[in-house]
Write a protein that binds this ligand. Structure first.
Ligand code: FES
Ligand SMILES: [Fe+2]
Length: 373
């Protein structure tokens, strides 16, 4: 694995990966904004609670995928296409452990095989039409799908991103959905670039970030910033800092942001963690879930309370940072869609890149997207 650690001050702003990226495009390689995804990773498709008794039809990098829960609540993922007339199977219904097409009522089992046709004549056989199935996991409140090579999944023991805070009683979660008409590279660049706090003003929990160092591998980019944070959860009223800027007190905190391909994770000091789970739809549309966790580690008395109370409190406080998170997303989406439109209007026009973290991000996207499957 190619591991390089770059001290921020050691590398000039116009570093070689940027030049390499530009050269790659000049040499006829695909533009960054048109690159695909590396399918050999787990991708989030939905929140667990979004999938109830009705099937869900979603798209992951141009592939229509159907999610459904069988009678035992087990989740299955199939190609969302009825092989009879090519309509969406997700328009149908679940029956026991099978999915029934809305049009003529053919049944398909979880292995993707046609198992019943209501009007099959005595001398007819069931049609031999098998749908693609996808490995699927329900973990930490989300449904994950693996669109790559199942042999690699087993051989390399590839796991979804772990979110231990989701069920942990010491963390309060908030989820915001990002639905942006832009290539996923614009979104990850936005998330890795702490210098765009200018856009967010009061919504941002930190200010004055300075990139300290950068680590890159074939799998991830870790950027370490130092920032001034408004965010300290050590009093019972601390959460109100999210709504009342006057209560905020600046103090220095490390701000670590990582592109753990294909997802993003950031921490600000001890109390603040935020993740973005990517679900790219196509080259101009990206869905993602932004999840914020506030830690309650600073309240040891709370930890002595009965589990039922702590669970009740966790549930009660779910979504405490909703206004902040939705506000950030709304502002970012405007910028990202303008970037996408500007790219489509003039694909060869490029602005100068002054944040070296983004140069590494672009390099990682290209490496991952062009890996031979
Ligand atoms: S189109 Fe699905 S059963 Fe006919
Ligand atoms: Fe932002």
């Amino acid at each position: 694995m190619d591991i390089s650690t770059v001290a921020a001050e050691a590398t000039p702003a116009t570093s070689s990966p940027a030049a390499a990226g530009a050269k790659a495009e000049e040499a006829g390689q695909a533009s960054l904004r048109q690159l695909g995804i590396n399918p050999n990773h787990w991708y989030v498709l939905a929140r667990s609670r979004e999938l109830q008794t009705k099937p869900l039809g979603l798209t992951l990098w141009q592939q229509p995928i159907l999610l459904y829960r069988d009678r035992n609540s087990q989740v299955h993922a199939l190609e969302d296409r009825c092989p009879h007339r090519q309509v969406k199977l997700s328009e149908g219904q679940v029956s026991g452990s099978e999915i029934v097409c809305a049009y003529h009522g053919w049944h398909f089992n979880a292995a993707g095989a046609c198992s019943h046709v209501p009007y099959l004549e005595a001398n007819q056989k069931l049609p031999n039409c098998t749908l693609r199935t996808y490995p699927v996991r329900e973990q930490d409140g989300f449904i994950w799908v693996f669109p790559g090579d199942p042999a690699r999944l087993d051989a390399e023991k590839i796991e979804p991103l772990s979110l231990p805070e989701w069920d942990h009683l010491n963390y309060i979660a908030t989820v915001s959905v990002i639905n942006v008409q832009a290539h996923y590279s614009f979104l990850i660049e936005n998330l890795m670039d702490m210098y765009h706090g200018h856009l967010h003003q009061d919504y941002q929990a930190w200010t004055e970030p300075v990139l300290q160092s950068l680590e890159t591998t074939d799998e991830r980019v870790d950027a370490h910033y130092q920032a001034q944070s408004y965010y300290r959860i050590d009093k019972i009223w601390s959460i109100s800092q999210l709504f009342i800027p006057a209560l905020r007190q600046l103090h220095p905190e490390p701000l670590d942001v990582s592109y753990a391909y294909p997802n993003w994770v950031a921490t600000l000091g001890q109390d603040f963690k935020i993740c973005c789970l990517f679900s790219p739809v196509n080259a101009t549309h990206t869905r993602a879930y932004l999840i914020h966790f506030t830690s309650l580690q600073a309240f040891p008395n709370l930890h002595k309370q009965p589990q039922w109370f702590r669970r009740w409190l966790k549930t009660r406080l779910f979504g405490s940072a909703q206004k902040m998170l939705d506000g950030l997303v709304e502002q970012d989406v405007v910028m990202l869609e303008q970037e996408q439109q500007a790219y489509l209007a003039a694909p060869h026009r490029k602005g100068p890149e002054l944040n070296r973290a983004l140069v590494s991000v672009q390099k990682l996207i290209r490496q991952q997207a062009t890996q031979r499957v």
